[in-house]
Design a protein around this ligand. Structure first.
Ligand code: 13P
Ligand code: SF4
Length: 299
């Protein structure tokens, strides 16, 4: 299977991009694995004519928005992030009317249609850096409420308007389970994704994106960690740190959409060169502006 994927990739001039939440076997065959920011940036730098995306649809959309001339193929077209739909476009218009100076800041975990209505995109690794640089006082941060509250806390000079979107995977990581894990492993540091709820963030030693969590654990002198994000990150954590121990907080740290992607589907997508990610030129053009602005401001 691995040999065949390699052959098809070369024959068809395809680069495989994968997110840290996909299954370890898929991460193993990918050319690049990363967090959402790394993958969006990488999509603009690769030389291959075709990108095969192993992640949920908003990630493939971003790759297509930033690279209209490349063919973007999804390993599974039904892999979709529920949070990406959790804001009403009418609500964006209402907020814009009420606060004429507002910046609509859109977490990349959002559909292309929502990005098209926004001023700038952010990811969990650059949100503070990007929002800090905006001249606007009012910030309407969509769709994630938890990430918005975390960013707002770091930037008290801004006035945030919140939306009520959430990631069901990170929301299911409850503070009681984190406390229990800590009782079992008192020496372990708690590393948490900012999509988690505020009470979980409060008991954490470090808060960051998937890549930042992996880098933190790798560079740390500590040897035990409790990981509060989707379990896919364990693959890279263990690859990079065979002598360190990583604990989960229960069995709900599982994104069913990311786990739809298998190496069998990757091979099939390479063989057929489909399903292809397509977007109307109108939406693509509008959604490109906030993504490009993010890439510029996050430098
Ligand atoms: P990052 O990899 O950017 O931290 O994103 C997490 C996530 O939920 C992606 O769906
Ligand atoms: Fe969406 Fe959460 Fe899955 Fe990330 S982990 S893709 S935010 S549902």
């Amino acid at each position: 299977m691995l040999e065949e994927i390699k052959r098809l990739k070369e024959e068809k001039d395809v680069v495989i991009l994968a997110h840290y939440y996909v299954d370890g076997k898929v991460q193993e065959i990918a050319d690049y694995v990363g967090d959402s920011y790394f993958l969006a940036k990488k999509a603009t730098q690769v030389k291959e004519k075709n990108i095969l995306f192993c992640g949920v649809s908003f990630m493939g959309e971003s790759a297509k928005i930033l690279n209209p001339d490349k063919k973007v193929i999804m390993a599974d077209e039904l892999a979709d992030c529920p949070m990406a739909h959790m804001v009403d476009i009418d609500k964006i218009h209402e907020v814009r009317e009420k606060y004429p100076d507002v910046a609509v800041v859109c977490y990349v975990n959002s559909t292309a249609e929502i990005k098209a209505e926004s001023d700038v995109c952010v990811t969990s690794s650059n949100a503070i850096r990007v929002v800090e640089k905006l001249p606007n006082k009012h910030i309407f941060f969509i769709p994630d409420n938890n990430l918005a509250r975390y960013v707002a806390k770091q930037l008290p000079e801004k006035e945030f308007i919140f939306n009520d979107g959430f990631c069901h995977v990170h929301k299911s990581i409850d503070v009681e389970s984190v406390r229990k894990a800590k009782e079992l492993h008192p020496e372990a540091l708690v590393l948490t994704h900012p999509e988690c709820t505020e009470d979980v963030l409060e008991v954490s030693n470090f808060i960051g994106s998937t890549s930042e969590i992996i880098d933190y654990a790798t560079e740390s002198d500590a040897t035990e960690f409790i990981i509060c994000t989707e379990m896919g990150v364990f693959y890279e954590l263990e690859q990079k740190n065979p002598a360190k121990k990583f604990y989960s907080v229960g069995h709900r740290q599982f994104c069913p959409n990311m786990k739809r992607i298998t190496i069998e589907k990757v091979r099939e997508a390479l063989e057929k060169m489909e399903p292809e990610m397509t977007l109307s030129e109108e939406i693509r053009g509008k959604a490109n502006k906030p993504l490009v602005r993010m890439l510029e401001l996050a430098q």
